[in-house]
Structure formats: C-alpha cells, structure tokens
Design a protein around this ligand. Structure first.
Ligand code: PNS
Length: 161
C-alpha cells in the first residue's frame, strides 16, 4: 500500500489512536494523519495544539506526517493523491457509521477504506471520555501520551477557581 490517510478529530490524540496509527504505518509507505478543521465545533484543543500533540506522539514513526484538512475528506485525498483511508474500529458500535462513511467515500471519489481493529487494551478509549475524566481531576496518564496528559492537567488546573 502506498499513501494512506488516517483522519480524525484527535481532540486530543489517545493511546488508542497511537495504536491504530502505528499499525497502519507498518502497512503503507507513507501515512498522513489528518486533523479535521471543523469551524462549527470548538474543541478543547485548537487544531494547532492537536497537530503538535500528534507530531510528538508519532515522532518515532519515520513514515508518518501530520496535516489538517477542512471540508470533504475525499477532496483532501484526491488533492494529495491518497487512494486509501485507514480507520480504527473499537467495537460494533463504531461499525455502522464507519461502514456508511466508507461506502459513501467510495461512491463519491472511489477512495477505499481499510479498517484496523484496535488492540483490546485500548478498545474502550475515546477522546471524549478522556476529556471528561481529566476535566474532573481523574487520572488519564495510562490512556494518553505523556505530553497530552500534561496538557490536560494544565487545562484542568486553569479552569479551577
Ligand atoms: O475522530 P472523528 O471525529 O470520529 O473523525 C471523523 C472524521 C473527521 C473522519 C469524519 O467526520 C470526516 O471524514 N469528516 C470530513 C467531512 C466529510 O468528508 N464528510 C463526509 C463523510 S462520508
């Protein structure tokens, strides 16, 4: 497999994302991790912060780059000559929506989607849960890269009165 893209919100990157990115990177020549810029939805982290945290998390993977995109994923793929999307699948709950998007992306632009099942140890992880736990002072140090944990703690402390 040549170039592939692993898209997502990554607000923030978790160990589950790192698992999928690492295993996808081993299957292709070049993997682009692409952060969705969603002007209608402010995240906890800015897109620049998410990209910095991703770059830090994948710094030991020489064929992985980090980028951002706005609009349709298939347009980004077409513009960058990327024929394949890689997505992580945690559980059946993910499957229905992911299948729908995969079929739509193929219909829109002939872009294929490959699914990588997440490792069972990280199958319960989501950025939303990590943010919720960290916001209330819970320990997420085993769930996210160290730099992410540090930034979550700093953000949570900044919010406390
Ligand atoms: O990490 P997420 O939020 O589950 O990632 C979802 C993402 C960014 C992969 C998906 O929302 C997406 O591809 N958005 C770009 C807009 C698009 O192409 N929509 C049509 C999908 S068929």
């Amino acid at each position: 497999m040549r170039r592939a893209v692993c898209p997502g919100s990554f607000d923030p990157v978790t160990n589950g994302h790192v698992d999928v990115i690492t295993r996808a990177a081993a299957l292709c020549d070049e993997l682009v991790v692409a952060v969705l810029v969603n002007p209608g939805k402010a995240g906890l982290f800015s897109v620049d912060e998410r990209m910095d945290l991703l770059r830090d998390a994948v710094s030991d993977l020489s064929n992985v780059t980090v980028d951002s995109f706005e609009g349709l994923l298939v347009d980004y793929c077409t513009a960058h000559g990327i024929p394949v999307i890689v997505k992580g699948l945690r559980a059946v709950g993910d499957f229905e929506y992911e299948l729908q998007m995969a079929q739509m992306n193929r219909e829109l632009a002939g872009i294929e989607t490959l699914f990588v099942p997440t490792a069972p140890q990280v199958g319960h992880l989501s950025s939303s849960l990590v943010k919720q736990i960290a916001t209330f002072g819970g320990d997420v140090s085993s769930l996210v890269p160290k730099a992410v944990n540090d930034r979550l703690i700093a953000k949570a402390e900044g919010r406390r009165p």
